[in-house]
Design a protein around this ligand. Structure first.
Ligand SMILES: [Zn+2]
Length: 344
């Protein structure tokens, strides 16, 4: 039963089941694939299976979900499962996080079923942190499993790649994303369909986008940028107010800022499409006049500059530049770029 809630990765589940039953699981894995596609969920489920106390019964591959071990894994505090990632206020994974994780992995198993360590944000390993992994990767403690969770193999140093078994997670089919959204009580309708289209096969992304307030803000944002004159000061104030409504935690504000930028990018890409006579990818029919108005104002090169500027803001938002600075600078650039056709 326990693997059944891992949706859309059935082939990987059976691959792992096969290796597990033959005692052939690797000591170190690198999971790659788009954010929000279920890699971390899969890693935790694997840890649960490995640590389950009743797993020796009929089918050891299925964790029982009832023993103390399974419950501790589900609650996130099993002593034999260590999960670490990039601290909220850091640009990279500090070497100390990796050292602590390796030390924990080397400790004696509290429940006697081995140890599992999961490292999130593995894309952000710097060279020193990656190097501090090498000893553990080369001589893994007995009965230990290490799972690195990143997005792409290209982000990893060759020293890590050559010592981990690479597992690529693919985007999920839209139908699966739609089902998962319904299971999370996202109502049927335009919002659900738009979100499925935009999420590119990532249920995590789809769920984050399925926030009606986000779409209300998007409406105001595209009105502001498509209809001159653009008041960049007012826009950045309105934008920051919306971002701050996500709560005091910086991580929530950054997540919301990033979602607004994705919606803006999507709208700008639709503008380019409309500008060359194609249909929009995700905008609704009633937004066509706005798209045409914006497309008619500048040349495609200018629009590409604006898009590049939004991409830069996205990097800044994810790289801990002060949010207000990133948004103000972007609004300035939008004000300049969308009036004159160039962002610089
Ligand atoms: Zn169990």
């Amino acid at each position: 039963m326990s693997w059944q809630h891992i949706r859309g990765h059935e082939a990987l589940v059976s691959e792992f089941a096969h290796a597990f039953r033959r005692g052939r699981l690797a000591h170190a894995y690198l999971f790659t694939g788009p954010a929000g596609v279920g890699k971390r969920l899969f890693a935790v489920e694997l840890a649960k299976t490995l640590l389950c106390e009743r797993a020796a019964t009929s089918d050891p591959w299925q964790a029982c979900d009832g023993c103390a071990s399974c419950k501790l894994v589900a609650a996130g505090n099993h002593p034999d499962l260590a999960i670490a990632g990039r601290p909220e206020d850091a640009n990279e994974l500090p070497i100390q996080v990796v050292r602590d994780l390796c030390q924990t992995l080397a400790l004696k198993s509290a429940f006697g079923r081995g140890k599992v360590a999961i490292l999130d944000d593995a894309d952000d390993l710097n060279e020193a942190a990656a190097n501090s992994f090498l000893k553990t990767l080369e001589e893994p403690p007995p009965q230990s499993h290490l799972i690195l969770v990143g997005t792409s193999a290209q982000a990893q140093l060759p020293t890590i790649l050559s010592r981990c078994q690479l597992i690529a997670f693919r985007p999920l089919p839209d139908a699966v994303v739609r089902d998962l959204l319904r299971a999370q009580d996202v109502a049927e309708g335009t919002l659900l369909e738009r979100v499925v289209k935009l999420a590119n096969g990532s249920p995590g992304q789809a769920l984050a986008l399925a926030d009606p307030e986000l779409w209300d803000f998007r409406g105001a944002l595209i009105q502001a940028i498509a209809r001159p004159p653009l008041d960049s000061v007012a826009l950045s104030q309105q934008w920051m107010q919306f971002i701050e409504k996500a709560g005091k935690e910086s991580v929530n504000q950054r997540r919301r800022a990033s979602l607004t930028l994705q919606l803006l990018l999507d709208f700008l890409h639709d503008t380019l499409r409309v500008g060359v006579g194609a249909g929009p990818r995700s905008a609704e029919a009633d937004e066509l006049p706005l798209l045409r108005e914006l497309a008619g104002r500048g040349d495609p090169d200018g629009m590409l500059d604006v898009i590049e500027r939004v991409l830069e803001a996205e990097v800044q938002v994810n790289r801990y530049v002060q949010l207000v600075l990133a948004i103000e600078a972007l609004c300035d650039a939008l004000g300049r770029g969308l009036q004159t056709g160039t962002a610089r």
